[in-house]
Design a protein around this ligand. Structure first.
Ligand code: MF3
Ligand code: CO
Length: 248
């Protein structure tokens, strides 16, 4: 069941989303060779708590950290760790912010120091696939139109799309209906209505789309060791078009 949000509820989620966006902006300033994803996680938790917000991922299904930090061939749900990031790494930081019970979810990929042209291109294509998909999030379209846009664009550029992890409705719970796949035919799935709020969060690889789950039970990695990037926004469907809640 898709829970439709009122304008007031969307405003509350927007408040969480704006704080999340400002947190990502701070991360972009501190991320450089030598910093650890552990330190970034500590920074995020402190930043959120100082702003009367909670890191909603912490404790969710037993997850222990404020952020997921996925480096290079890690696709998602990487654990923050005390190993310094190196020049040329790419790292996706994903987090969910809770203010007064209303949530917002956004992930961003960052380059550390000087990154390769291959990594730069992957990040550009992944980000563009997210924004192209957001443009399809208009009343009357279907969820499948969003899914299809990501797949047709990313694959036309020679990249592959991870299928095991998908976007989702969000509100007072991290995961609600609808499911938002990042692949599939257009014209399928629920029709978009005013007040729907969900994430779009493509994970895109330079190599094969195949992945495996690490022994920690959480972290997904590319099977062939190729690079993976991810960008995620929480968006609301409004009469005036898609409203990105996780931008400043
Ligand atoms: N941020 C994740 C997503 O984009 C949701 C939380 S996963 C967990 O779907 F690591 F916190 F459990
Ligand atoms: Co997320």
């Amino acid at each position: 069941m898709i829970i439709i949000k009122t304008k007031k509820e969307i405003e509350k989620m927007h408040k969480s989303g704006k704080l999340l966006a400002s947190c990502h902006k701070e991360i972009s300033k501190i991320i450089k060779p030598g910093i650890t994803t552990w330190e970034i996680d500590q920074f995020v938790e402190k930043f959120l708590n100082e702003n009367q917000a909670k890191a909603a991922q912490k404790g969710y299904n037993g997850y222990k950290y404020a952020t997921c930090a996925s480096v290079n061939d890690e696709i998602c749900h990487g654990f923050p760790r005390k190993e310094p990031l190196k020049d040329g790494d790419i790292v996706t930081i994903d987090m969910v912010v809770n203010i007064d019970g209303w949530l917002a979810d956004s992930a961003w990929s960052y380059g550390v120091g000087e990154i390769s042209d291959e990594a730069k291109k992957l990040m550009e294509i992944t980000k563009e696939s997210l924004y192209r998909a957001i443009h399809k999030a208009v009343i009357g379209n279907r969820i499948g139109d969003i899914s299809h846009e990501i797949q047709s664009f990313a694959e036309s550029q020679g990249y592959s799309i991870v299928r095991e992890f998908i976007g989702h409705g969000i509100g007072q719970n991290i995961h609600e209906d609808p499911q938002v796949l990042h692949f599939g035919p257009p014209g399928r799935g629920p029709r978009l209505k005013e007040g729907m709020v969900f994430t779009i969060e493509p994970m895109i690889n330079t190599g094969s789309r195949r992945c495996f789950l690490e022994d920690n039970g959480w972290t997904a990695r590319t099977f062939d060791g190729s690079l993976s990037a991810q960008y995620e926004h929480t968006i609301a469907i409004t009469k005036d078009g898609p409203l990105i809640l996780t931008e400043q």
